[in-house]
Design a protein around this ligand. Structure first.
Ligand SMILES: C[S@@+](CC[C@H](N)C(=O)[O-])C[C@H]1O[C@@H](n2cnc3c(N)ncnc32)[C@H](O)[C@@H]1O
Length: 223
Protein backbone atom coordinates (compact mmCIF):
# COMPACT_ATOMS: atom_id res chain seq x y z
CA UNK A 1 0.00 0.00 0.00
CA UNK A 2 1.49 3.34 -1.07
CA UNK A 3 1.39 6.38 1.22
CA UNK A 4 0.05 9.68 -0.11
CA UNK A 5 3.61 10.96 -0.61
CA UNK A 6 4.70 7.81 -2.44
CA UNK A 7 1.65 8.07 -4.71
CA UNK A 8 2.46 11.70 -5.40
CA UNK A 9 6.08 10.83 -6.26
CA UNK A 10 5.29 7.83 -8.47
CA UNK A 11 2.56 9.74 -10.36
CA UNK A 12 5.01 12.55 -11.03
CA UNK A 13 7.70 10.08 -12.11
CA UNK A 14 5.24 8.34 -14.47
CA UNK A 15 4.31 11.70 -16.03
CA UNK A 16 7.96 12.48 -16.67
CA UNK A 17 8.75 9.03 -18.03
CA UNK A 18 5.98 9.58 -20.56
CA UNK A 19 7.09 13.12 -21.45
CA UNK A 20 10.03 14.50 -19.46
CA UNK A 21 9.86 18.24 -18.73
CA UNK A 22 11.81 20.84 -16.71
CA UNK A 23 14.56 20.05 -14.20
CA UNK A 24 12.86 16.88 -12.99
CA UNK A 25 12.53 15.62 -16.55
CA UNK A 26 16.22 16.27 -17.12
CA UNK A 27 17.03 14.19 -14.03
CA UNK A 28 14.68 11.41 -15.20
CA UNK A 29 16.47 11.46 -18.57
CA UNK A 30 19.83 10.82 -16.87
CA UNK A 31 18.38 8.05 -14.67
CA UNK A 32 16.94 6.38 -17.79
CA UNK A 33 20.45 6.35 -19.35
CA UNK A 34 21.72 4.24 -16.47
CA UNK A 35 18.61 2.05 -16.24
CA UNK A 36 18.33 1.37 -19.97
CA UNK A 37 21.94 1.13 -21.22
CA UNK A 38 21.78 -2.66 -21.24
CA UNK A 39 18.54 -2.56 -23.23
CA UNK A 40 20.10 -0.27 -25.85
CA UNK A 41 23.17 -2.53 -26.16
CA UNK A 42 21.04 -5.62 -26.61
CA UNK A 43 18.65 -3.95 -29.03
CA UNK A 44 21.58 -2.85 -31.19
CA UNK A 45 22.91 -6.42 -31.18
CA UNK A 46 19.50 -7.62 -32.39
CA UNK A 47 19.03 -4.80 -34.89
CA UNK A 48 22.49 -5.12 -36.48
CA UNK A 49 22.66 -1.71 -38.18
CA UNK A 50 24.07 -2.11 -41.70
CA UNK A 51 26.32 0.30 -43.62
CA UNK A 52 24.30 3.21 -45.11
CA UNK A 53 21.14 2.25 -43.20
CA UNK A 54 18.58 4.95 -42.56
CA UNK A 55 17.40 4.41 -38.99
CA UNK A 56 14.71 6.22 -37.01
CA UNK A 57 14.49 6.18 -33.21
CA UNK A 58 11.17 7.16 -31.67
CA UNK A 59 11.36 8.51 -28.09
CA UNK A 60 15.13 9.00 -27.82
CA UNK A 61 15.05 10.65 -24.36
CA UNK A 62 18.22 12.72 -23.90
CA UNK A 63 19.81 11.03 -26.93
CA UNK A 64 22.81 9.61 -25.09
CA UNK A 65 22.91 6.45 -27.19
CA UNK A 66 23.17 7.84 -30.73
CA UNK A 67 26.99 7.85 -30.49
CA UNK A 68 26.94 4.14 -29.76
CA UNK A 69 24.75 3.43 -32.81
CA UNK A 70 27.24 5.25 -35.04
CA UNK A 71 29.99 2.80 -33.96
CA UNK A 72 28.01 -0.15 -35.33
CA UNK A 73 28.28 0.55 -39.07
CA UNK A 74 29.58 3.02 -41.66
CA UNK A 75 27.67 5.96 -43.12
CA UNK A 76 24.57 5.52 -41.00
CA UNK A 77 21.91 8.18 -41.36
CA UNK A 78 20.19 8.48 -38.01
CA UNK A 79 16.96 10.35 -37.31
CA UNK A 80 15.17 10.78 -34.01
CA UNK A 81 11.77 12.08 -33.01
CA UNK A 82 10.54 12.85 -29.49
CA UNK A 83 7.56 14.84 -28.27
CA UNK A 84 9.38 16.23 -25.21
CA UNK A 85 10.88 19.67 -25.90
CA UNK A 86 13.18 19.18 -22.92
CA UNK A 87 14.52 15.88 -24.27
CA UNK A 88 14.97 17.37 -27.73
CA UNK A 89 17.11 20.18 -26.26
CA UNK A 90 19.14 17.76 -24.13
CA UNK A 91 19.68 15.43 -27.08
CA UNK A 92 20.78 18.38 -29.23
CA UNK A 93 23.37 19.29 -26.57
CA UNK A 94 24.56 15.69 -26.31
CA UNK A 95 24.99 15.23 -30.06
CA UNK A 96 26.25 18.57 -31.38
CA UNK A 97 28.98 17.14 -33.62
CA UNK A 98 26.76 14.53 -35.27
CA UNK A 99 24.04 17.12 -35.91
CA UNK A 100 26.49 19.67 -37.35
CA UNK A 101 28.04 17.05 -39.64
CA UNK A 102 24.55 16.19 -40.91
CA UNK A 103 24.55 12.49 -40.01
CA UNK A 104 21.97 12.91 -37.21
CA UNK A 105 18.66 14.74 -37.56
CA UNK A 106 16.48 15.30 -34.49
CA UNK A 107 12.82 16.28 -34.67
CA UNK A 108 10.18 17.43 -32.22
CA UNK A 109 6.91 15.57 -32.78
CA UNK A 110 4.77 12.56 -32.08
CA UNK A 111 5.00 9.13 -33.64
CA UNK A 112 1.37 9.21 -34.74
CA UNK A 113 2.19 12.04 -37.16
CA UNK A 114 5.67 11.45 -38.54
CA UNK A 115 7.19 14.26 -40.66
CA UNK A 116 8.90 11.82 -43.04
CA UNK A 117 8.17 10.55 -46.57
CA UNK A 118 6.72 7.11 -47.34
CA UNK A 119 9.11 4.14 -47.65
CA UNK A 120 12.04 6.08 -46.20
CA UNK A 121 13.70 4.10 -43.37
CA UNK A 122 15.42 0.71 -43.32
CA UNK A 123 14.84 0.34 -39.59
CA UNK A 124 12.68 2.04 -36.99
CA UNK A 125 13.02 1.33 -33.28
CA UNK A 126 11.66 2.46 -29.95
CA UNK A 127 12.60 1.45 -26.43
CA UNK A 128 10.15 1.91 -23.54
CA UNK A 129 7.74 4.03 -25.56
CA UNK A 130 4.89 1.68 -26.55
CA UNK A 131 3.27 1.90 -23.07
CA UNK A 132 2.26 5.47 -23.86
CA UNK A 133 0.55 4.89 -27.22
CA UNK A 134 -3.15 5.12 -26.54
CA UNK A 135 -4.34 3.76 -28.87
CA UNK A 136 -1.29 2.20 -30.59
CA UNK A 137 -2.78 1.87 -34.07
CA UNK A 138 -2.12 5.41 -35.44
CA UNK A 139 1.53 5.11 -34.34
CA UNK A 140 1.97 1.67 -35.92
CA UNK A 141 0.34 2.83 -39.17
CA UNK A 142 2.68 5.82 -39.39
CA UNK A 143 5.76 3.66 -38.73
CA UNK A 144 4.55 1.21 -41.39
CA UNK A 145 4.16 4.09 -43.85
CA UNK A 146 7.70 5.45 -43.35
CA UNK A 147 9.41 2.03 -43.42
CA UNK A 148 10.80 0.81 -46.73
CA UNK A 149 9.22 -2.39 -48.00
CA UNK A 150 11.26 -5.16 -46.37
CA UNK A 151 12.26 -2.77 -43.54
CA UNK A 152 12.04 -3.70 -39.87
CA UNK A 153 10.40 -2.20 -36.81
CA UNK A 154 11.90 -3.07 -33.40
CA UNK A 155 9.67 -2.33 -30.40
CA UNK A 156 11.18 -2.99 -27.00
CA UNK A 157 9.01 -3.18 -23.92
CA UNK A 158 9.31 -4.54 -20.42
CA UNK A 159 7.31 -7.70 -19.84
CA UNK A 160 3.97 -7.13 -18.18
CA UNK A 161 5.16 -8.93 -15.05
CA UNK A 162 8.30 -6.81 -14.83
CA UNK A 163 6.64 -3.46 -15.38
CA UNK A 164 3.78 -4.26 -13.04
CA UNK A 165 6.16 -4.50 -10.09
CA UNK A 166 7.38 -0.97 -10.69
CA UNK A 167 5.16 1.33 -8.65
CA UNK A 168 5.07 4.17 -11.20
CA UNK A 169 3.48 1.89 -13.80
CA UNK A 170 0.06 2.25 -12.11
CA UNK A 171 -0.19 5.70 -13.62
CA UNK A 172 -0.81 5.86 -17.36
CA UNK A 173 1.19 2.85 -18.55
CA UNK A 174 -0.45 0.37 -20.96
CA UNK A 175 1.04 -3.05 -20.19
CA UNK A 176 1.10 -5.94 -22.62
CA UNK A 177 1.54 -9.68 -22.55
CA UNK A 178 3.73 -10.96 -25.39
CA UNK A 179 0.82 -12.32 -27.44
CA UNK A 180 -1.23 -9.13 -27.00
CA UNK A 181 1.44 -6.87 -28.51
CA UNK A 182 2.16 -9.41 -31.24
CA UNK A 183 -1.53 -9.53 -32.19
CA UNK A 184 -1.63 -5.75 -32.44
CA UNK A 185 1.49 -5.69 -34.64
CA UNK A 186 0.28 -8.37 -37.03
CA UNK A 187 -3.19 -6.75 -37.12
CA UNK A 188 -1.45 -3.67 -38.47
CA UNK A 189 0.03 -5.41 -41.54
CA UNK A 190 3.43 -6.24 -40.02
CA UNK A 191 4.86 -9.70 -40.45
CA UNK A 192 6.18 -11.03 -37.14
CA UNK A 193 9.88 -11.78 -37.58
CA UNK A 194 10.75 -12.78 -34.01
CA UNK A 195 10.62 -11.92 -30.34
CA UNK A 196 13.84 -11.81 -28.34
CA UNK A 197 13.67 -12.16 -24.58
CA UNK A 198 16.11 -9.82 -22.83
CA UNK A 199 17.11 -10.67 -19.25
CA UNK A 200 18.25 -7.41 -17.72
CA UNK A 201 20.25 -6.64 -14.58
CA UNK A 202 17.97 -5.94 -11.59
CA UNK A 203 16.44 -2.47 -11.51
CA UNK A 204 16.79 -0.40 -8.34
CA UNK A 205 14.18 2.14 -7.33
CA UNK A 206 13.90 3.88 -3.96
CA UNK A 207 16.04 1.24 -2.23
CA UNK A 208 14.17 -1.75 -3.74
CA UNK A 209 15.45 -4.15 -6.41
CA UNK A 210 13.29 -5.57 -9.18
CA UNK A 211 14.12 -8.47 -11.52
CA UNK A 212 13.54 -7.27 -15.07
CA UNK A 213 12.79 -8.97 -18.36
CA UNK A 214 12.13 -7.13 -21.61
CA UNK A 215 11.01 -8.22 -25.04
CA UNK A 216 12.26 -6.97 -28.39
CA UNK A 217 9.59 -7.53 -31.06
CA UNK A 218 10.99 -7.63 -34.57
CA UNK A 219 8.32 -6.86 -37.18
CA UNK A 220 8.75 -6.60 -40.92
CA UNK A 221 6.97 -4.50 -43.53
CA UNK A 222 6.38 -6.94 -46.35
CA UNK A 223 8.07 -6.24 -49.68
C1 LIG B 1 10.32 6.25 -20.90
S1 LIG B 1 11.14 7.35 -21.97
C2 LIG B 1 12.29 6.25 -22.80
C3 LIG B 1 13.51 6.95 -23.30
C4 LIG B 1 14.55 6.02 -23.93
N1 LIG B 1 14.02 5.42 -25.14
C5 LIG B 1 14.99 4.95 -22.95
O1 LIG B 1 14.51 3.80 -23.05
O2 LIG B 1 15.80 5.26 -22.07
C6 LIG B 1 9.95 7.65 -23.24
C7 LIG B 1 10.43 8.70 -24.26
O3 LIG B 1 9.55 8.63 -25.38
C8 LIG B 1 9.03 9.92 -25.66
N2 LIG B 1 7.67 9.70 -26.22
C9 LIG B 1 6.59 9.13 -25.59
N3 LIG B 1 5.55 9.05 -26.44
C10 LIG B 1 5.97 9.58 -27.61
C11 LIG B 1 5.35 9.80 -28.88
N4 LIG B 1 4.06 9.47 -29.10
N5 LIG B 1 6.08 10.35 -29.87
C12 LIG B 1 7.38 10.71 -29.68
N6 LIG B 1 8.02 10.55 -28.50
C13 LIG B 1 7.33 9.99 -27.48
C14 LIG B 1 9.08 10.68 -24.33
O4 LIG B 1 9.10 12.07 -24.49
C15 LIG B 1 10.37 10.13 -23.72
O5 LIG B 1 11.51 10.85 -24.14
Amino acid sequence: MQTFLQRFFFKKLARHLRRPAGWFGEKVGRKMNAANAFLYDTTLDIMQPGNNDRILEIGFGNGKFFDKIFTKAHDLQLTGIDFSEKMLREAQKNNTDSIVSGKLKLHYGSSDNLPFPDNHFDKVFCINVVYFWDPPLPHLQEIHRVLKPGGHFYSVIRSRKSIEQMPFSNYGFIKYEQDEWLTILTGCRYKAAGIKVIKEPEAKLKGKSYPVESWCFVAKKES
